[in-house]
Write a protein that binds this ligand. Structure first.
Ligand code: URA
Length: 434
């Protein structure tokens, strides 16, 4: 078999069979097939697409390109959760302790920030000492002992995805449905959970800008999960404006803690309750969404979700005092409002641009090697449908550098669009597929 022939076949609109897909994944991971040939194949896939069968075979080949985690040492139905990525998406921080406090073992693999979107691992590192570099043994022990553990993608877990993702990131081949579906599902299958709940984002802050594309991606991933024998549920949710108010690592941790204390933003809480209900039902702890929501609200009201979060932070080496005293989290030196230039209703927020404003402040990576500043970001004061007067704050910027603050401020202001007439608030949950 020759890689050249595979590239040409796909370039001409043909379908790759299982042997061909296995050949290219094996050859790429071992280093025998070079980046430039795989880049050409990725671009051919980007333009020609893949059939459902090809996407399934690609996912399975990627999942089996390294170790498959064996979670059989964890008691109960293990449920994993994954978001396709968004701005202000701190869902895993609040949701995983809520679900764990309800008795579902959460064995989760998370990632770092990507492009304009944030990542759970970066956010958790706001707790001094916190690590996601757990051995498989410690990961399993933590889930058995406290009900929750989060680890990063190791070099041995779906290495094909690790290599392909880095390549797609620099060859403009990220936003293709088959490539996203196989990337996410290969990691989830390799990470070993029995059930998978996916949060598929749509809107200006998501990789899938159009709702119909997000729905198709959700359906494709649910089907892959089903074929691989994992109970998979996908929620399609709005990412046409940031989730909640806080964008930026430590600021988002604080908002997640506020939510666990019962004073979180309405949209963020709603998403946690929706995804959490899916996790509780998949994990056999609730019969229906009504019962599940009651359980989830209960663990916020009685403080057990917050205590679970503190236990989890401590078990992974972090300073849990900051869970009860968020003032201990990293703080920026410049805290300044961005004022509205006019009266009006907020008609639209270019959500990816808000993510980029946070990145410009230092909250995300400009290159793979960049160190991130955990303290910076912004806290929105007005979202779509809200009315503001000129001179009222649209957001509070948290910065450590005057020139970055100026650049981010401009980017942020350009992201806001106003209307004279009232504007409907966007619908948060667009659909649930199972
Ligand atoms: N998240 C992933 O893990 N992979 C993608 O391709 C896109 C988002």
């Amino acid at each position: 078999m020759r890689m050249y022939d595979l590239i040409m076949k796909k370039r001409n609109g043909g379908s790759l069979n299982r042997e061909e897909i296995d050949y290219f994944i094996r050859g790429y991971v071992s280093g025998e097939i070079p980046d430039y040939q795989v880049s050409a194949l990725m671009m051919a896939i980007y333009f020609q697409g893949m059939t459902k069968e090809e996407t399934l075979q690609l996912t399975l080949a990627m999942a089996h390109s390294g170790d498959m985690l064996d979670l059989s040492g964890i008691r109960g139905i293990k449920v994993d959760k994954h978001s396709t990525g968004g701005v202000g998406d701190k869902t895993s921080l609040a949701l995983t302790p809520m679900v764990a406090a309800c008795g579902i073992p959460v064995a989760k693999m998370s990632g770092r920030g990507l492009g304009h979107t944030g990542g759970t691992i970066d956010k958790l590192e706001s707790f001094p000492g916190f690590t996601t570099g757990l051995s498989e043994e410690r990961f399993i022990r933590n889930v058995n002992e406290i009900g929750i553990a989060i680890m990063g993608q190791t070099a041995d877990l779906a290495p094909a995805d690790k290599k392909l993702y880095a390549l797609r990131d620099v060859t403009a081949t990220v936003d293709n449905m088959s490539l996203i579906a196989s990337s996410i599902m290969s990691k989830k299958l390799a990470a070993g959970a029995d059930a998978i709940v996916l949060d598929v984002k749509t809107g200006s802050g998501a990789f899938m800008k159009e709702e119909k594309d997000a729905v198709a991606l959700a359906e494709e991933m649910v089907e892959i999960g089903r074929q691989a024998g994992r109970n998979t549920i996908a929620v399609v949710s709005d990412m046409d404006q940031p989730l909640g108010y806080a964008v930026g690592n430590a600021l988002e941790v604080k908002e997640a803690i506020d939510t666990l204390c019962g004073r979180g933003p309405e949209d963020f809480l709603e998403l946690c309750l929706t995804l959490g209900s899916c996790m509780l039902i998949a994990g056999g702890k609730a019969e229906d969404p009504k019962q599940a929501r009651k359980l989830l609200q209960g663990v916020i009201e009685d403080g057990s979700a917050l205590r679970k979060f503190a236990q989890f932070v401590e078990a992974q080496g972090g300073d849990a005092a900051a869970v009860y005293h968020p003032g201990l989290l990293p703080k920026a030196s410049i805290v300044r409002p961005v004022l509205s230039p006019r009266d009006g209703y907020i008609a639209h927020i270019a959500c990816d641009e808000v993510g980029t404003a946070s990145l410009l402040l230092g909250g995300g990576r400009q290159t793979k090697e960049s160190e991130i500043d955990l303290s910076v970001g912004l806290v929105l004061q007005a979202k779509v449908g809200d009315y503001v007067h000129a001179g009222e704050p649209l957001a509070i910027l948290h910065a450590n550098d005057e020139s970055k603050e100026r650049e981010a401020r401009k980017r942020f202001l350009d992201a806001y669009h106003f209307s004279r007439g009232p504007v409907d608030k966007p619908k948060l949950i667009k659909g649930i597929m199972m």
